[in-house]
Write a protein that binds this ligand. Structure first.
Ligand SMILES: Cc1cc2nc3c(=O)[nH]c(=O)nc-3n(C[C@H](O)[C@H](O)[C@H](O)COP(=O)(O)OP(=O)(O)OC[C@H]3O[C@@H](n4cnc5c(N)ncnc54)[C@H](O)[C@@H]3O)c2cc1C
Length: 384
């Protein structure tokens, strides 16, 4: 077998193939219904759990495969083939944006208690960092937790929290050291905890089948056993997963953009125009060829940055660049795919109409393009 990228092992290829096969059979045919309902059915997530798809990054002693960033890059790209990014992000918030905090910072007791449900899909996770007044500026958060008996009392509001309407547990970040802007601690807060509620299910431009919550924490009390990681060190512990989070958003974007390119090429190659087909027009053919070349570049750069991370290297500059360039590239590709579908591209029945809406969040969420470029710029200073 010839692998299509240098980092692809037989194991990663098997993960890719299994995931693409799964989404083609179990997601794409039903996605429109889920978009209307604003919900991914739990049975699908259970099915993925039973196939071991939630355990790529979990340690082997907890039932996972103990793989690294290359596995997440592969998995997210394969999910993108579903063409329903709302589904992809439901899965990836669970496996790659929330679970890594538990895996990296959880005590042996916490891992024993929660990992079986995380892997089976019984316990769907969300990560609650963003707030109405603090998004890109994470350290500006106002949610606070103060010591109270053998635990902590948490008060505040979180917003834009994926998986928190129908999920089972949120990893909540709260300020615990009022003297220090970065004095943040993470807490495990199961749904149903007294004082913890969904204030609103948010209505979105895209990712319609993904549920997004505004959350209120009103005098929520959690015992010390629900502190995740080290008190006051949550900011730095959260940062450990930033590169992975950025990467999987681009991974699913790459998978989706490839599907959009393929669908658009199929359309323009058959659409009669000017005595031939749209594809005969050099302007269209060349722009689609450039789109493919740009997407190939993003894909290669993403796997390369993942590899640096897996080798133990610092990949912040590379992954931030991938997030910035990748998100803008995917957006541009979706724009062209709608454009070359003409009026049909504006119709709800055409998948690229949805994919275009879905892609709009990529340059904003999980590190806005401008913030990512600052990360690259800071690391590009040359001494005189
Ligand atoms: C659908 C959806 C799902 C989400 N899911 C989650 C989740 O599960 N958990 C979670 O915690 N958060 C989640 N978020 C929040 C997301 O990560 C934030 O929206 C993002 O970090 C940007 O923060 P903000 O919206 O507050 O924008 P702001 O921080 O107010 O920024 C607004 C804009 O200003 C610009 N900007 C910001 N900072 C800079 C800078 N330093 N330099 C130059 N320009 C800048 C950027 O263009 C940015 O888009 C989600 C958001 C959405 C929309």
């Amino acid at each position: 077998m010839v692998h299509r990228n240098i980092y692809m092992t037989d194991e990663l290829q098997a993960i890719y193939d299994q995931t693409v096969e799964f989404v083609s059979a179990e997601v794409t045919p039903y996605g429109d219904e889920w978009e209307t309902e604003g919900k991914v059915p739990r049975e699908v997530l259970h099915k993925m759990g039973s196939l071991g798809m939630f355990g790529l990054r979990a340690p082997e002693e907890h039932g996972g495969l103990g793989l690294g960033m290359l596995a997440s890059a592969t998995f997210s790209e394969a999910l993108g083939a579903s063409t329903f990014a709302g589904f992809d992000v439901t899965v990836l918030v669970h496996t790659d944006m929330a679970a890594p905090h538990l895996i990296n910072s959880g005590s042996p007791e916490q891992l024993e208690q929660w990992m079986p449900g995380v892997l089976s899909g019984e316990t769907i996770l969300s990560i609650g960092v963003s707030e109405p007044d603090a998004g890109s500026d994470v350290a500006g958060m106002r949610t606070s937790a103060v010591r109270d008996g053998d635990g902590w009392r948490i008060n505040g509001t979180k917003t834009f929290i994926t998986n928190a309407v129908y999920g089972d547990m949120t990893i909540v970040a709260a300020k615990t050291d009022p003297e220090n802007r970065y004095g943040i601690t993470m807490f495990l807060v199961p749904a149903g905890t007294e004082g913890f509620s969904v204030a609103k299910k948010l209505d979105k431009h895209g990712w319609r089948c993904s549920d997004t919550a505004e959350l209120v924490l009103n005098d929520v009390w959690v015992p010390d056993s629900q502190v995740l990681g080290t008190v006051h060190r949550g900011f730095y512990e959260t940062m450990k997963n930033f590169q992975n989070e950025r990467m999987v958003l681009i991974g699913m974007g790459v998978g989706a953009a490839q599907a959009a390119i393929d669908q658009t090429l199929a359309y323009v190659q058959h659409r009669p125009a000017f005595g031939g087909h749209l594809y005969d027009l050099g302007a269209i053919r060349q722009r689609m060829a450039m789109n493919q070349a740009r997407l190939d570049a993003v894909r290669a750069a993403m796997y390369h940055a993942a590899w640096i991370g897996d080798e133990g290297g610092d990949n912040v500059k590379e992954m931030s660049g991938v997030k910035a360039f990748g998100a803008e590239t995917v957006m541009q590709i979706m724009y062209d795919c709608v454009q070359f579908h003409g009026g049909m591209g504006y119709m709800r029945e055409t998948p690229v109409e949805r994919m275009y809406r879905d892609a709009r969040i990529l340059p904003i969420g999980g590190g806005a393009t401008e913030v990512m470029l600052e990360e690259v710029a800071k690391r590009s200073m040359v001494s005189a």
